[in-house]
Design a binder for this molecule. Structure first.
Ligand SMILES: Nc1ncnc2c1ncn2[C@@H]1O[C@H](COP(=O)(O)OP(=O)(O)O)[C@@H](O)[C@H]1O
Ligand SMILES: O=c1ccn([C@@H]2O[C@H](COP(=O)(O)O)[C@@H](O)[C@H]2O)c(=O)[nH]1
Length: 525
């Protein structure tokens, strides 16, 4: 039990007078219980060697049906305010599949949904463990109206804080081991019944007699036998109503734990040559050969395209045209890193000819928004039949830490059993500090994509930037680029108007030199 927590005395307000008017705004639709809320973006959860250093913070919330578990979970999120991604994982999704005869009994209120065996607790702990360890999870979807598990699954990924709630949330020792904080919502039985009556009629399509039958036969005995006894495992007992003091306390604890886990990642990778000094004390850069990049052959044609793209007077339509040309060549070139097998075909003149056939089982692309969009057309020209996802990664304006704001990934990546056989082309305009590249690779590895199945395709790499740290962390990943620029320097970006710079004199950023400027802005604006 965390020492800063005391069990809040039940006398605080658990025994409220019977009063159903404490929830005046019940929703009319069944609320989505498993919710992913992004309010701030997810900061790095790994160190500069590429390994995960912090698990998600998991709170287990148990209590009787109608005690207010979901309400507590939502209030925690609301009161936390500006936090990274939070997920509510509801045990309700884990009711077992019912055979037709069991389902018929359920519709007659004669199925016991309140025995621990009605829930797939093993699957619940497996999904929760995956999410805690920063992996994706595809969780079941349950219909209360049909009393049945539905065929679809819901994909969850990327939470920094997870709230797992359910009547049996504290029953299973394996589950209890996963929680960083255990909460029990204690509520008067009359109030729980009143809330349940109203909710089940409105949201779960039930009638009053059926609800009362089920309550007396199963719900109340189960609460007494299985649910209430688990309150002894809780670090904190929260009253079922008037519980804002207890919720504030929980939020303070979470914030404190979260701050302790915050990793200052950006300074470690921003300018690596400042961190690597030779014996003589001078800064050193790794040689281009050591960086193990696949660089386009510097033919006059490639140099010509790069010269046009580097020219600050290049009109936008030319910038788009030549970016599209260069990305097409880059993606073609990147295909050399995919597996091929010998393949024989018969030509129109009846002769057999042995060549090669692509042997990648699944292939997809992921664009790092927004500048990676400049490579999208080239990718689609070369392979227009494969799925293309995206990730939105931006720097926090205060800490400069990269933040994962959105991951819209193809099915081949989302489903772990397919991910293992999937090759991914990651598209981004340049690798400068490498913070976005680092985060995108970590996301793919979290999903079970093999490191040697990742091909990072980019216009430019800054040798003096974060690429050497990226390389050391992920040596098996391939990087395909058109050119390598020598320097990363802090400098002013011309003409930028925005925060702290209303006159448009410039914005201090890490600039790749000679570089191409802000490729996303030049391609899209
Ligand atoms: N502290 C509270 N104050 C007011 N209404 C509440 C409170 N806790 C729960 N409720 C209401 O009671 C009903 C059941 O709460 P819910 O959180 O869904 O219970 P559970 O998830 O434990 O079954 C909901 O309509 C909710 O709005
Ligand atoms: O098909 C079903 C499945 C479950 N129940 C009842 O749901 C509650 C648990 O949900 P809460 O959101 O915690 O209230 C449990 O008491 C089951 O009796 C159901 O009625 N039908």
């Amino acid at each position: 039990m965390p020492d800063e927590f005391m069990k809040i005395s039940e006398s605080l307000s658990t025994t409220q007078p019977f009063n159903v008017s404490d929830s005046p705004t019940l929703p009319t639709l069944q609320p989505k219980k498993n919710t992913v809320l992004i309010s701030h973006g997810r900061p790095p959860w790994y160190s500069e060697d590429g390994h995960r250093i912090s698990d998600a913070f998991v709170i287990g919330v148990a209590g009787g049906s109608g005690s207010g578990k979901t309400h507590v979970a939502r209030e925690i999120i609301r009161k936390l305010g500006s936090v990274p991604t939070v997920t509510i994982l509801s045990q309700d999704s884990f009711y077992k599949y019912l055979e037709p005869e069991e389902q018929a009994l359920a519709h007659a209120n004669k199925h016991d949904f309140d025995h621990p065996s009605a829930l797939d607790l093993d699957l619940f702990s497996k999904c929760l463990a995956d999410l805690k360890h920063c992996k994706q999870s595809n969780i079941p979807v349950y219909s209360f109206a049909q009393h049945q598990r539905l065929p679809e699954k819901k994909y969850l990924y990327g939470a920094t804080i997870i709230i797992a709630e359910g009547i049996m949330a504290l029953v299973d020792p394996a589950l209890r081991d996963l929680y960083d904080l255990k909460v029990f919502v204690q509520c008067d039985s009359d109030l729980m019944l009143a809330r349940r009556l109203r909710r089940d009629v409105k949201e779960r399509g039930r009638d009053v007699n059926g609800i009362l039958d089920q309550y007396l036969r199963y719900v109340k005995p189960s609460y007494d036998n299985f649910v209430r006894p688990t309150s002894k495992y809780a670090d904190i007992i929260v009253p079922g109503s008037n519980n804002s003091v207890a919720i504030d306390l929980i939020c303070t604890h979470i914030r404190q734990k979260f701050d302790e886990r915050t990793n200052k990642f950006r300074p470690k990778i921003a300018i690596p040559h400042l961190h690597f000094t030779s014996l003589s004390g001078t800064s050193t850069l790794e040689s281009v050969e050591d960086l193990d990049l696949t660089i386009l052959p510097q033919t006059p044609q490639i140099q010509g395209i790069l010269t046009i793209l580097r020219d600050k007077t290049c009109p936008r339509q030319d910038f788009i045209f030549f970016s599209d040309r260069l990305s097409t060549i880059l993606v073609e070139h990147a295909f050399q890193h995919l597996p091929y097998i010998p393949w024989t075909v018969t030509t129109p003149v009846g002769v057999d000819s042995t060549g090669k056939k692509l042997d990648a089982q699944y292939l997809c692309g992921v664009v790092i928004q927004r500048s990676g969009g400049a490579l999208e057309k080239g990718f689609k020209r070369v392979i227009n039949t494969v799925p293309l996802g995206s990730m939105l990664i931006q720097s926090d304006s205060k800490s400069a830490e990269p933040l994962l704001l959105q991951a819209n990934l193809p099915l081949y990546v989302r489903l772990r059993h397919l991910a293992e056989d999937t090759y991914v082309f990651v598209l981004d305009a340049q690798i400068g500090t490498a913070a976005a590249a680092f985060m995108s690779i970590r996301v793919l590895l979290d999903h079970g994509i093999r490191e040697d199945h990742i091909v990072f395709v980019t216009f430019l790499v800054a040798r003096g930037g974060g690429v050497s740290i990226l390389r050391q962390a992920f040596p098996l990943m391939k990087i395909v680029c058109a050119a390598v620029d020598e320097t990363m320097q802090e400098g002013w970006l011309e003409g930028y108007k925005g925060e702290g710079n209303p006159e448009g004199v410039g914005r201090k950023v890490w600039l790749m030199k000679p570089g191409m400027g802000q490729i996303g802005d030049r391609y899209y604006l």
